[in-house]
Design a protein around this ligand. Structure first.
Ligand SMILES: Cc1cc2nc3c(=O)[nH]c(=O)nc-3n(C[C@H](O)[C@H](O)[C@H](O)COP(=O)(O)OP(=O)(O)OC[C@H]3O[C@@H](n4cnc5c(N)ncnc54)[C@H](O)[C@@H]3O)c2cc1C
Length: 396
């Protein structure tokens, strides 16, 4: 008989009241009781239950004021953990999942390179075997939170003689190891959430490899599918999320105004509201589909809509703010934040931050390609290099 999820959650909240328990201790206990990810196996912070049970427990924990693991460690929680669960060895699961969940060890994702973003399978960072070790050379870019990360999930080229998708291998990289250098990259907001990461003769033992040699693409696909859901798969309560900010500004500045300008803004607001609701319902439907397990193309549809809606809503917010919309009271502090996209929720800051939504986690054009091919069944994108050995593909 399945355990009663509500009872398990209530017992945790009673034994470790969130208001009096340090977050790390609470999350550790949550993991040990299998309430971290209920749908994962028992040795992975789960109870072998269903994603529906997980959603139920999460809602109950949130209502009870429990700390949220993914808040501090979004890439570890949303992308690296499911990848380790799907492809890691028992030792890797045992070593990495618990401190990832408690956020004692922050994680980053080392996929994109200056010459390989949308076409991540074209990457050229090299890992060469040297006995029981691998030697890593190359550069990654746009690596979110690399500056505070203890580990990174990296895809490297291990065989240049086969077509690009077949010659890659995945690794768990110690970000503090000799030969790993992290440099900040500043964004339009003035903050540096992300970084460049350089590898120069960095050595990793073979037990940091995740999945078989040459199977890096399969590992990467697990990460990317989960990334899209992690970025765009959230379900806001009715009228919640960014649209709530727009409604607030409209009420404060325009409510009762019957000028043509106000009516045009009201039209845009209603349009945004309807779209936000439709987006939220689409994500609810997609989360039902995901109950079976691995996220599919519906994650890409959600990610596309997330980017477009966020940009549409924050455009409207700054328009409704008139001249105030042009001021950015926090200034450009040039900080390296420890949280992603949340260090200042001011709509003017968010207007700038959401520009990245249509790039990060796969661009909107690439999401449209996935939507066209895998949902609508249209002919595929032109891929001339698919069967060529990677070393023979022309690159700049
Ligand atoms: C805020 C932020 C955080 C990020 N964090 C990370 C991270 O933590 N780790 C990580 O590995 N990466 C990260 N990225 C990188 C991100 O995944 C890439 O920027 C993205 O995949 C696009 O790659 P690119 O920048 O190289 O653009 P390119 O791939 O060079 O694309 C340039 C343009 O060409 C278009 N294009 C490319 N291919 C096609 C196609 N086949 N069909 C139609 N149009 C196409 C694109 O849509 C885009 O408009 C982050 C990016 C941002 C903005």
């Amino acid at each position: 008989m399945s355990p009663n999820v509500d009872e398990l959650v209530d017992r945790l909240l009673a034994d470790k009241p969130p208001a009096q328990t340090p977050a790390k201790e609470f999350l550790g206990e949550q993991f040990d009781r299998g309430l971290a990810w209920l749908h994962y196996p028992k040795d992975c912070g789960g109870l072998d239950l269903t994603p529906k049970d997980q959603a139920r427990a999460q809602a109950r924990l949130a209502a009870g004021g429990a700390p949220v693991s993914g808040h501090k460690n979004p890439i570890g929680y949303g992308m690296c953990a499911p990848t380790i669960v799907s492809h890691g060895t028992d030792e890797q699961k045992h070593r990495y999942l618990r401190p990832l969940f408690t956020s004692e060890e922050i994680w980053c994702q080392l996929f994109s390179e200056p010459g390989a973003g949308s076409d991540v399978a074209g990457l050229s960072t090299k890992a060469e075997r040297d006995g029981e070790e691998w030697v890593l050379n190359g550069q990654k870019v746009w690596t979110t939170l690399a500056h505070i990360s203890k580990f990174g999930l990296l895809i490297a080229r291990t065989n240049p003689d086969v077509p690009k998708h077949r010659g890659m291998t995945a690794f768990l990289v110690d970000m503090k190891a000799p030969g790993v250098e992290v440099r900040p990259l500043y964004q339009i907001t003035g903050e540096a959430e992300f970084n460049e990461v350089f590898f120069t003769e960095a050595r990793m033992s073979d037990d940091l490899r995740i999945g078989p040699e040459g199977d890096g693409w399969r590992v990467a696909v697990t990460t990317l599918m989960n990334e899209r859901v992690s970025i765009g798969g959230g379900v806001a309560r009715r009228g919640g999320g960014p649209i709530a900010e727009a409604m607030k500004i409209w009420r404060e500045r325009w409510k009762g105004d019957t000028s043509p300008h106000a009516l045009i803004l009201r039209d845009r607001l209603v349009n945004c509201y309807i779209r936000s609701e439709a987006f939220s319902m689409t994500n609810q439907r997609a989360s039902q589909v995901r109950r079976a397990g691995t996220p599919g193309p519906e994650g890409s549809v959600g990610k596309l809509a997330f980017a477009e809606e966020n940009q549409r809503v924050f455009d409207l917010c700054v328009d409704m703010m008139g001249n105030d919309g042009m001021l950015f009271p926090a200034g450009y502090p040039m900080i390296r934040p420890e949280l992603v996209g949340m260090s200042n929720p001011d709509p003017r800051k968010m207007f700038l931050r959401v520009r990245a939504n249509s790039i990060e986690g796969g661009t909107s054009e690439v999401m449209r390609n996935i939507l066209a091919e895998r949902v609508l069944g249209l002919p595929g994108d032109v891929r001339t290099d698919k069967e060529l050995p990677w070393k023979d593909v022309p690159r700049s």
